[in-house]
Design a protein around this ligand. Structure first.
Ligand SMILES: Cc1cc2nc3c(=O)[nH]c(=O)nc-3n(C[C@H](O)[C@H](O)[C@H](O)COP(=O)(O)OP(=O)(O)OC[C@H]3O[C@@H](n4cnc5c(N)ncnc54)[C@H](O)[C@@H]3O)c2cc1C
Length: 511
């Protein structure tokens, strides 16, 4: 790999990896370690994908059987049993994988379980068997490296950089600004397809590259494919905050080879804001696992002025979009898309409402610490009374007044019928009052090709498609609910499994 990302392109290699996020880079390193010549094609001008924007925390487990128990309940029948065991195995393997990577590049890795965890670090977990086996791992710091300049994030940058250094040390070729637009599909005996390479579209135009051993699809999500979103995610108006290079290519490439697709409807998301004049949405500030002792200074109300959801659920960036997208049976309306985020002056002072993420320098935005810049820009509507606020945002004043009065009573009683923990509840009493238009936000997707425990892509009859693997968010194991931090774990460990499998394939054939 050169600094500029340009290399002399061979017409054949052993393994082609499509996408240079954590899954793709991990696959490339593992394939190289298994003796394969590897080429990585990355559509974006820089490596890292959504992995850069991530918080960089990986879920880990210190006991396989207990992790299996937890994941079985979490997946609620959307995964075969060997899938549950494989994913649990990834959780167990993650700390050692990261420790080895960190040692190689001179970084520091951490892994924390049990009593080492602060209470809030498990705030997203349900009280199910196996909960106590779950902890966290990650890479803390990489001497001499701060962050890549073009995208938001910090710890995700460190993880990607560590993988980039490992790939570079192995002579893995990574071509940026090079999009895979097609697969080379050969038909073997009985007409069954075999993937024999890719068609690249890069700075020098289109070219075919044969993959003697296999192709690993690691193209991430489909959050910037409007058609796929409309087809699979029942949330009109949902706005994606992720990596703009993730355009659903992996869905189309895998489908070309006859892959079955799964987990398309399982997306993560929250609620957030589209500020005037900007087309990049901003998620609300709550991230990671909920802190039960951290006051959240707002409530959400729908366009009828009614509160409709727990604004601070266990995993605030993963499930809330569903409540905003819900359709009211009587009217057929999705009353909460868009909806309004309401807060008083005390709430304003609790901190910034938005937590921007961006994958291009021109999308960068810094939310003001006391929300004053967003008030000055007019994004946040301010009024001296609740009635005036209601009129300014088109809500029924008595309805809004009643909602806020009921909420303040619930705060005083420390009991929310919608399930918000008392420590997160804050009253709305101190004028001026504020409202911010709020939409459902998409963080990332999970759909993609169905695959087996070895990450081999499967066709509609459940048979592996020769020469094709998938890893990471594309065809994620998560089909129902999500385990916070599980995406990077499956990208790292599943990417390595896919890379090893692809590299090993020809050896098996040759043997
Ligand atoms: C704000 C935020 C915070 C998050 N924090 C965490 C966290 O702390 N822990 C966690 O586990 N998960 C987290 N996630 C989710 C996590 O970031 C992703 O699930 C994970 O990074 C996906 O990795 P990946 O390698 O599969 O895909 P990506 O990192 O998105 O990489 C895919 C790459 O493929 C490239 N590509 C796409 N199409 C093509 C093509 N046709 N040809 C060539 N290249 C192509 C893309 O440009 C991209 O670079 C977070 C998500 C968000 C939005």
């Amino acid at each position: 790999m050169s600094e500029t990302g340009t290399v002399e392109r061979p017409t054949a290699t052993d393994v082609v990896v499509v996408g240079a996020g954590v899954a793709g880079l991990s696959a490339a390193v593992a394939a190289r370690d298994a003796g394969a010549q590897v080429e990585v094609a990355e559509a974006w001008p820089q490596i890292g994908g959504l992995s850069l924007l991530s918080s960089g925390y990986l879920r880990a487990a210190d006991d396989l059987d207990r992790a299996v128990a937890y994941l079985r309940r979490l997946s609620a029948g959307t995964l075969p049993d060997d899938g549950v065991r494989t994913l649990a195995g990834y959780l167990v393997a993650a700390p050692a994988l990261l420790e080895a990577l960190a040692a190689e590049v001179g970084a520091t890795a951490f892994a924390r379980f049990g009593a080492e965890l602060a209470p809030f670090e498990s705030g997203d977990l349900h009280d199910w068997t196996g909960r106590d086996a779950l902890g966290w791992t990650g890479i803390d710091a990489l001497p001499g490296f701060d962050r890549y300049p073009h995208a938001s994030g910090q710890r995700g940058h460190t993880l990607v950089r560590a993988l980039e250094l490992a790939a570079r040390a192995r002579g893995v070729r990574v071509q940026t600004s090079t999009r895979v637009v097609d697969l080379l599909i050969e038909h073997a005996a009985h007409g069954r397809p075999r993937v024999g390479g890719v068609v690249l579209d890069g700075p020098d135009g289109r070219a075919a590259v044969r993959a003697r051993r296999g192709v690993v699809l690691a193209t991430g999500g489909f959050e910037f494919d409007a058609t796929a979103l409309a087809d699979h995610v029942p949330a009109p108006g949902i706005a994606a905050i992720g990596h703009r290079g993730n355009r659903g290519d992996g869905l189309r490439l895998a489908a070309r080879a006859g892959a079955a697709l799964w987990h398309l409807a399982n997306v993560h998301g929250s609620y957030g804001f589209l500020l005037p004049g900007r087309d990049v949405p901003i998620r609300n500030h709550l991230g990671g696992a909920r802190r039960d002792d951290r006051p959240v200074g707002w409530i959400l109300v729908d366009r009828r002025g009614r509160r409709f959801t727990n604004e601070a659920p266990r995993a605030p960036q993963d499930t809330p979009w569903k409540a905003l997208a819900a359709i009211d049976d009587a009217s057929g309306e999705a009353w909460a898309s868009p909806c309004w985020l309401l807060f008083d002056d005390d709430g304003r002072r609790l901190g910034p409402l938005g937590r921007p993420a961006w994958s291009r320098p021109q999308d960068r935005y810094e939310w003001s610490a006391d929300n004053s810049a967003e008030i000055r820009s007019g994004a946040i509507v301010v009024a001296a009374t609740l009635d005036e606020l209601a009129q300014r945002i088109g809500l029924d004043p008595p309805a809004l007044r009643a909602t806020v009065a009921a909420w303040n009573d619930q705060v005083d009683a420390g009991a929310d019928p919608l399930g918000r923990p008392p420590g997160t509840m804050a009253p709305l009493r101190r004028a001026p009052f504020h409202a911010l238009r709020t939409v459902p936000i998409l963080s990332n997707t999970h759909g993609g090709p169905r695959h087996d425990a070895a990450q081999r892509v499967l066709d509609g009859d459940g048979r592996p498609i020769a020469g094709l693997w998938a890893a990471g968010e594309l065809g994620s194991w998560f089909g129902h609910r999500y385990l916070l931090g599980g995406n990077l774990t499956e990208a790292l460990a599943g990417g390595a499994a896919a890379g090893r499998g692809a590299a090993a394939r020809v050896q098996a054939v040759a043997a």
